[in-house]
Design a protein around this ligand. Structure first.
Ligand code: FAD
Length: 463
């Protein structure tokens, strides 16, 4: 059972009575009925790549509250691809990469890409409302879900796999389950929206002096190439350094400003279209930006091998970080135009805590989503110089000042429950509790994650 009881980052480890691996929706339903009859908590799990401890049991001793892990990985089929309707139906345990391949084989594109897609499942992607590098153009998982099948906490199976593009017949219940991290229902199958397969894809790395310049470049690219921009990723110089340290080789661009060392900030731009002739437009936009002093230097890959290397540099950040110094992770979102000011203010807040704190900043600039990770140096005895909680509070307080979100992609899980309670508006928390109680009154689904249905002590409902 061990691999099912630890999270990807190795931060959480739990205890379960058993790992149950159903092979059909009926077996999921039967498992839920059994768990309900015995008051046993159910922890839904897909590829176990989540970054918030959402798929790990919260029970930490055999005498703690009884929980089972419900792994969907045996329900892994792509059921059908409809080329005309541009939809794909798959079971919840289907690996995201496999669904993407099935779409390509039918000449279509499942437009979601993220570092863990070789292990993450369709059910986990929906339950965490995953975003990734293509969200700028195609939206997050929520925008891709046209239909869902799910098992609710009382054992009801709700089937909505019609795949309709338009359906206003009553409440759109599937929206409640998307992003609910297994706390409101168990996704067993889904119908996803596909896009035309892009005929041409071009990529470039650009070195810029600051996040402000990166935003100015985004604006120029939007003017020149409109919604052909499918990714616009920001990486700080120190982030590139740890990736290159992990992978070997050299950084794609050096910065003249830093005396030929790694560039201070890098942007990875991808454009994709079904029509073509994008390379010239991308080169033109970068050349104009260089003439205007917005870009310091840029490189376009000259081969398929180099294209792969460029993407590998971006996608290996998580793995490189995992093998390097431990950092306190943040996954925040602010308005796109506020990103430079947010970085400045958050770094100033950290410097006030301790000048020894260092940041690893990267993310999806086009979505205003930054992974803002903080390396906390250890003192001689191995203890952290500043408590992790103080670092997180400092960063999240700045997020709150900008009206942002404390998690844009990874979710609350068990990692951010305290910060959710601290920073979410009381009215929103009360509404979330009402929804949880309505759908899972006994609190069987993913206990200890996101929010419980219980009101806080001393709380009374508004009149
Ligand atoms: C290297 C790396 C890069 C990543 N990059 C990105 C990124 O760019 N963008 C992004 O958004 N995310 C990213 N992630 C996190 C991403 O959200 C998850 O990896 C993925 O979506 C979770 O899928 P999973 O099948 O592994 O789910 P799990 O980890 O198994 O579960 C995640 C949550 O979903 C619930 N769940 C799982 N399956 C179901 C189901 N069938 N029904 C109900 N609830 C379920 C679990 O209970 C848990 O709360 C990354 C993760 C890694 C490791």
């Amino acid at each position: 059972m061990a691999p099912y009881l630890k999270d990807w980052r190795g931060r959480y480890e739990g205890v379960a009575l058993a790992v149950v691996r159903p092979g059909s929706t009926e077996e999921v339903r039967a498992t839920v009925a059994w768990a309900r009859a015995h008051s046993v908590g159910i922890v839904p799990q897909g590829g176990n790549t989540g970054l918030a401890g959402g798929a790990t049991p919260t029970s930490d001793s055999p005498d703690g509250p009884a929980q089972i892990v419900l792994s969907l990985t045996r329900m892994a089929r792509v059921r059908k691809v409809d080329r005309v309707a541009m939809t794909l139906e798959a079971e919840a345990g289907c690996i995201v990469e496999h669904a993407k391949q099935a779409a390509v084989e039918a000449g279509r594109f499942l437009p979601i890409s993220f570092g863990a897609q070789g292990s993450a499942t369709i059910g986990g992607m929906i339950a965490t409302n995953a975003g990734g590098i293509n969200a700028l153009r195609y939206g997050t998982a929520r925008q891709l879900v046209l239909g869902l099948e799910a098992v609710l906490a009382d054992g009801t199976v709700v089937r909505g796999l019609g795949g309709l593009r338009k359906d206003n017949a009553g409440y759109d219940w599937k929206q409640l389950l998307i992003g609910s991290e297994g706390t409101l229902g168990i996704v067993t199958a889904a119908v996803l929206r596909l896009a035309p397969l892009p005929a041409e894809r071009e990529l470039a790395f650009a070195a810029v002096a600051s996040p402000e310049r990166a935003l100015a470049l985004l604006e120029r690219c939007q003017d020149a190439m409109g919604d052909a921009i499918s990714a616009f990723e920001l990486m700080s110089g120190p982030t590139m350094e740890i990736v290159v340290g992990h992978l070997g080789g050299r950084a794609p661009l050096a910065s003249p400003a830093s005396g030929g060392g790694p560039a201070d900030w890098l942007v990875l731009i991808e454009v994709a279209d079904s029509a073509g002739r994008l390379r010239g437009r991308l080169e033109g936009a970068l050349a104009d930006a260089a003439d205007a002093g917005v870009v310091l230097d840029a490189a376009l890959p000259e081969s398929a091998e180099q294209t792969r290397r460029f993407w590998t540099l971006r996608e290996s950040v998580g793995e490189a970080e995992r093998r390097g110094e431990r950092s306190v992770k943040h996954d925040v979102a602010v308005r796109v135009s506020d990103v430079p000011a947010f970085i400045r203010d958050a770094e100033a807040a950290l410097a006030r805590l301790s000048p020894a704190l260092r940041t690893i900043v990267f993310g999806h600039l086009g979505d205003g989503n930054l992974h803002f990770n903080v390396v906390v140096p250890r003192n001689g005895t191995g203890a952290a110089s500043v408590a992790d909680e103080a670092v997180t509070r400092a960063v999240h307080d700045v997020v709150a000042r900008f009206g942002g979100s404390i998690t844009a992609e990874h979710g609350i899980g068990q990692y951010r429950t305290g910060e959710l309670l601290r920073l979410k508006a009381p009215e929103e928390l009360a509404l979330m509790r009402r929804l949880k109680r309505a759908l899972d009154p006994e609190g069987l689904l993913n206990p200890g994650k996101v929010i419980s249905g219980e009101p806080p002590s001393g709380w009374s409902p508004p009149l």
